[in-house]
Design a protein around this ligand. Structure first.
Ligand code: PEP
Ligand code: MG
Length: 568
C-alpha cells in the first residue's frame, strides 16, 4: 500500500476507484466539421487561441532579458506568422478539419520544412515551432472535464480542477477528489467543501503514480491518500467513516437551536453559497442567513455573459428560497483563479494582484450595472444585501456606490420595481482595507472579512501554491491583528461585521473569533453544526480570555497549540 500526503480541504472519508484526468491530450481526432456554423466556430476558436497565446508570450517576455527575451521574441513572431494562420484556416474551411487537427497538421508540416534546412540556426527553430504549436493547442483545447464519463464511486485524480470543473462535476458519481496542486482556499477546494465531497489537494508529483481503477482511500480530514490498501485497512476506514457520519448526524440535530454561548451571547451562523441550489443544505444545517453569495459561478460554465434578466432570475430564486433570511450578494469576483472562457483577460504575471473583481467592474461599467440592476430587482423578493469584493481604498467604494445609484436611476426610468434602500457592504480582504477600516466604515453598512485573500495578501503567500501552503497561516499574529482592528473599528462605527473566509468555519478559530467580538460567522453549510457545537458549549467570558491570551503571543505555533489545548 502506498501513502500520499496532501492537504485535507474537505473532511470525510471516500473509498472508491481512481479516475485519472490527464492533461489535455493532443492528438488528431479525424473528426470532420459538419456545417458552416462549425467551420465559423472553429476559425473563431483558432483566432482566439492565437490572440491569447500571443498575449501570454508578451507578458512572459516582459519578465525576461538576454537570450530568453530573444527566444520569446522569435516565438511571438512565429506564432503571429500570417502563413501559419492562413494554412490552418484553409484546412478548416476547405478540408473541414477541426481547428485542433488543422493546427497539429500545419505545425507538423512547418516542423518538417525547418528540420530539412541546411542552415543550423533555422534547424534549431524546430523546437520553437513545436513549442508554439503546443501553446496554441493548450489554449484551443481549454477543455472542460467530461464529468459524464465518471463511473460510480470514482475518486477523481487530477492535476488541478478549475472552479467550473468542480461546479459542473456530477457528484452522484464522485466520492472524492485529489489534485496535484492547490491549497485550502483554492476555489475548487471551497466548492468541494460546499458540496460535501471529501478532497485532498496539493499532493504533488506522487499523484502521477496512480492509475485508473486503482483502489483509493481518501481521507479529507488528515489529507492522506492510501493506494491499493489491504482489505482490513478498507474495513477500518469504512468503520471510521460510519462513526464520522453518525457524529455529523448528531450535530445536525442542533439545527433549530440558536448559537448562544453558556452565558447568553448570541452569534449568527450563516452559510456561503454559489446559487439557490445550495439553499436546501443551508436550511438543513441550521444556517441563519447567507454571509456570502458568490455570484461569479453563474458566469462560469457558459459561453457569454448572462443577461440582466438571466441574472435577475438567478438572484430572485435565491431570494425566494432563503425563506426570509438575509442574503449578502457579492458582485462578480472574476480574475485571479476564476477565469471565464468568453472573457479574455490577457495573461498576467500576477493574476491575484491584477485585473480582478471590483477593478474589472469599475473599468467595464456596463457589465457592473447589468449585475447591479439584476440584484436590485431581485431585492423585491427577499432580504438581499449587496457586497463589493477586493476593495483597497475609499475611492473604489465611492465609485461603486455611484454606479449603484446609476443602476437605480436606470430602473426608475424603465419603471421596473426594485429595492431602493438595499444595504451596501464591502469585503475586507486586502490589508490596506483592514488597516483603514476606520475610514471605510463611514461609507458602508457592513463589513465581511475575507480571510482567504486577506491571509494571502498579508503574508505574501499565493493561496493556490502547494509548495508554500505551510506559510499560509490565518493564525499568524499579523493576520490576527488585522482582523482585530477590523472588528474594533466596526464596533466603534456601529456597523455589522461578519467573516466569510474559510477561517470562519475553522473549529480551532471559533473561540478566538467569538472572543474578538465577531458577530456573524459564514462558512460552508456543512461546517455550521460543528461551529455551533463549540459556541453553545463555551461562554463568551472564556472566549474573551482566550482572545486576550492569544493577542499576547508571538507566534502562530504558540497560538495554535494554545487553541488546541482549549478543547481537551
Ligand atoms: C475571501 O477572500 O476570504 C473570500 C471569501 O472570497 P473568495 O474566497 O471568493 O476570494
Ligand atoms: Mg476573496
Amino acid at each position: 500500500m502506498e501513502k500520499i500526503n496532501g492537504t485535507g480541504v474537505s473532511p470525510g472519508i471516500a473509498i472508491g476507484k481512481a479516475f485519472v484526468i490527464k492533461k489535455a491530450e493532443v492528438a488528431v481526432s479525424g473528426i470532420l466539421l459538419k456545417g458552416e456554423n462549425e467551420v465559423i466556430a472553429n476559425v473563431a476558436a483558432f483566432n482566439n487561441a492565437i490572440e491569447v497565446a500571443v498575449n501570454e508570450l508578451e507578458v512572459i517576455k516582459l519578465s525576461l532579458a538576454g537570450t530568453d527575451f530573444e527566444i520569446l521574441e522569435t516565438q511571438i513572431e512565429l506564432i503571429s506568422d500570417p502563413q501559419i494562420a492562413e494554412d490552418v484556416i484553409e484546412k478548416i474551411q476547405s478540408e473541414r478539419k477541426t481547428a485542433n487537427d488543422a493546427v497539429i497538421e500545419v505545425i507538423a508540416n512547418v516542423v518538417e520544412v525547418f528540420e530539412s534546412m541546411d542552415d543550423e540556426y533555422m534547424r534549431a527553430r524546430t523546437a520553437d515551432i513545436k513549442d508554439i504549436g503546443s501553446r496554441i493547442l493548450k489554449h484551443l483545447n481549454n477543455t472542460k472535464t467530461n464529468t459524464a464519463r465518471f463511473k460510480p464511486d470514482s475518486i477523481i485524480i487530477a492535476d488541478d480542477l478549475s472552479p467550473s470543473d468542480t461546479i459542473t462535476m456530477d457528484i452522484k458519481h464522485v466520492n472524492g477528489f485529489a489534485t496535484r496542486t492547490g491549497s485550502k482556499t483554492s476555489h475548487a477546494a471551497i466548492i468541494a467543501k460546499a458540496k460535501g465531497i471529501p478532497a485532498v489537494v496539493g499532493c504533488g508529483d506522487s499523484l502521477s503514480t496512480i492509475q485508473n481503477d486503482d483502489v483509493i482511500i481518501l481521507d479529507g480530514t488528515s489529507g492522506l491518500l492510501y493506494i491499493d490498501p489491504a482489505e482490513e485497512t478498507i474495513n477500518e476506514f469504512r468503520l471510521k467513516s460510519e462513526i464520522q457520519k453518525q457524529q455529523s448526524e448528531k450535530l445536525k440535530a442542533l439545527k433549530n437551536r440558536p448559537a448562544i454561548t453558556t452565558d447568553g451571547k448570541k452569534v449568527m451562523l450563516s452559510a456561503n453559497i454559489s446559487g439557490a441550489a445550495d439553499m436546501d443544505d443551508v436550511h438543513e444545517n441550521g444556517g441563519e442567513g447567507i454571509g456570502l453569495f458568490r455570484t461569479e459561478l453563474l458566469f462560469m460554465d457558459r459561453t457569454s455573459f448572462p443577461t440582466e434578466d438571466e441574472q435577475f432570475k438567478f438572484y430572485k430564486q435565491a431570494a425566494l428560497q432563503s425563506k426570509g433570511k438575509p442574503v449578502i450578494v457579492r458582485t462578480i469576483d472574476i480574475g485571479g483563479d476564476k477565469q471565464l472562457p468568453y472573457f479574455n483577460i490577457p495573461a498576467e504575471l500576477n493574476p491575484f494582484l491584477g485585473y480582478r473583481a471590483i477593478r474589472i467592474c469599475l473599468d467595464q461599467t456596463d457589465l457592473f450595472i447589468t449585475q447591479l440592476k439584476a440584484i436590485l430587482r431581485a431585492g423585491v423578493f427577499g432580504d438581499l444585501l449587496i457586497m463589493f469584493p477586493m476593495i483597497s481604498n475609499i475611492q473604489e467604494v465611492r465609485a461603486a456606490k455611484n454606479i449603484l445609484e446609476k443602476a437605480k436611476e436606470e430602473l426608475l426610468a424603465e419603471n421596473i420595481p426594485f429595492k431602493a434602500n438595499m444595504k451596501v457592504g464591502i469585503m475586507i480582504e486586502i490589508p490596506s482595507a483592514a488597516v483603514t477600516a476606520d475610514i471605510l466604515a463611514k461609507e458602508v453598512d457592513f463589513f465581511s472579512i475575507g480571510t482567504n485573500d486577506l491571509c494571502q495578501y498579508t503574508l505574501a503567500v499565493d493561496r493556490m501554491n502547494e509548495k508554500i501552503t505551510h506559510l499560509y497561516d490565518p493564525f499568524n499574529p499579523g493576520v490576527l491583528r488585522l482582523i482585530n482592528n477590523i472588528l474594533e473599528q466596526g464596533r466603534k462605527h456601529h456597523i455589522h461585521v461578519g467573516m466569510c473566509g474559510e477561517m470562519a468555519g475553522d473549529p480551532l478559530a471559533a473561540l478566538l473569533l467569538l472572543g474578538m467580538g465577531l458577530e456573524e460567522f459564514s462558512m460552508s453549510a456543512s461546517s455550521i453544526p460543528t461551529i455551533k457545537n463549540t459556541i453553545i458549549n463555551h461562554s463568551e467570558a472564556d472566549a474573551k480570555q482566550v482572545y486576550r491570551a492569544v493577542m499576547t503571543m508571538d507566534s502562530s505555533d504558540e497560538i495554535t497549540a494554545y487553541l488546541k489545548a482549549q478543547f481537551v
